[in-house]
Design a protein around this ligand. Structure first.
Ligand code: ZN
Length: 355
């Protein structure tokens, strides 16, 4: 056979193999769309992120550090945040306390491994732990039977509603939660009278400001029903911190205060999501330090002694390379829940196989 014929055959064989692979992905996609989405997203990361996200024993590092009270095998699902907050409000008031309040500090794009490098005196996480609290391993990206992409809207929706994407319909950024889906705890707790007011502060416009924002429908519902939910769009993290401090300083501050800081996410997208990258490390430390300011402000309230506060910190997703979205990689999936008090965490663990 002439050489060119041979080369032609080779090209054909290559093309056929490629077609079979693509057909395979398409068939899998029809059966299990999130898997395909993750595989395709995974390919897009290979160029920029390979050196950083394949971190080998990431989970082992987390478990060996002793930072987290639970093993990553028993990581809490993100949906647990909703139940931990609503359960806290449902418990009776301890003696000598007159009111329950919750502060949740969200660290967008913060991965669980970040706290292993936290420094005393400037870390909210360490301050919460030393003050009698605890840290728990948590996972993003949904259970294995219902995987969801590790992006901002999906993560925060799970945390705020107690439901995964396949239940809320928030399957990506830019997808508005349907009007008839479960409301977030901001709306629920205000509507059922548990709290008089809730405040959600953020500089990412995808939560409730943009045309395709996640909570667009919920804002309409709250306005129609005259609910005292407050959606505060900030221009920067500094403004988010400033406005949160102003809220905390009010004598009758909201029962649920929930700021989200973007330091980690911004540093991750610009420089790469890894604590081996100086800029990400700096962003992470900044987020943690700003959270400490907020916690100290809560403790400085003149009425603090008679109030029953639960302070929590969590994250929507980690990352790999300069992005995030896949649910296969530990650096994306492993997030955290840090609490000002020990939690009955085993109650909130679910099989990673089911919802
Ligand atoms: Zn995010």
């Amino acid at each position: 056979m002439p050489k060119s014929e041979k080369a032609k055959k080779h090209t054909h064989r290559l093309r056929n193999t490629l077609l079979i692979i693509l057909a395979g992905i398409a068939a899998l996609g029809a059966l299990w769309a999130p898997l395909t989405e993750s595989v395709l997203l995974g390919f897009t990361y290979v160029g920029g992120g390979l050196p950083y996200y394949w971190t080998g024993n990431y989970k082992k590092q987390l478990n060996d550090s002793g930072f987290y009270a639970n093993n990553t095998k028993d990581a809490l699902p993100q949906t647990a945040l909703y139940y931990i907050v609503t359960d806290f409000f449902a418990e009776p008031l301890p003696e000598g306390k007159t009111v329950k309040k919750v502060l949740v500090v969200g660290h967008d794009g913060a991965q669980a491994g970040g706290f292993l490098q936290a420094k005393e005196g400037v870390s909210a996480a360490l301050a919460l732990k030393e003050g009698g609290g605890a840290a728990y391993a948590m996972y993003a990206g949904g259970p294995w039977l219902h995987p969801q992409i590790t992006v901002t809207a999906c993560g925060w929706s799970a945390l705020e509603t107690g439901e995964w994407s396949y239940q809320t319909g928030v399957t990506a950024n830019g997808v508005t939660k349907p009007a008839d889906s479960k409301h977030t705890f901001f709306t629920q707790l205000t509507e059922n009278g548990t709290i008089a007011k809730s405040v959600f502060l953020t500089s990412w416009d995808g939560h409730f400001t943009a045309d395709d924002a996640t909570l667009k429908n919920e804002l309409v519902y709250d306005a129609e029903n005259g609910l005292n939910t407050n959606w505060v769009q900030c221009g920067s993290d500094e403004e988010t911190v400033e406005k949160t401090l102003q809220e905390i300083a009010l004598p009758d501050c909201a029962g649920l205060i929930f700021p989200i800081l973007e330091y980690c996410d911004h540093a991750g997208h610009a420089y790469g999501q890894s604590m081996q990258i100086a800029e990400y490390k700096r962003g992470f430390a900044e987020s943690d330090a700003q959270a400490l300011k907020l916690i100290n402000a809560v403790k400085a309230r003149p009425t603090y002694q008679t109030e029953d506060w639960l302070i929590l910190m969590t994250s929507d997703h980690g990352g790999c390379g300069k992005g995030h979205g896949v649910w296969l990689f530990s650096t994306e999936r492993q997030v955290f829940l840090i609490s000002s008090r020990p939690l009955d965490w085993e109650k909130y663990v679910q099989s990673p196989w089911k919802a």
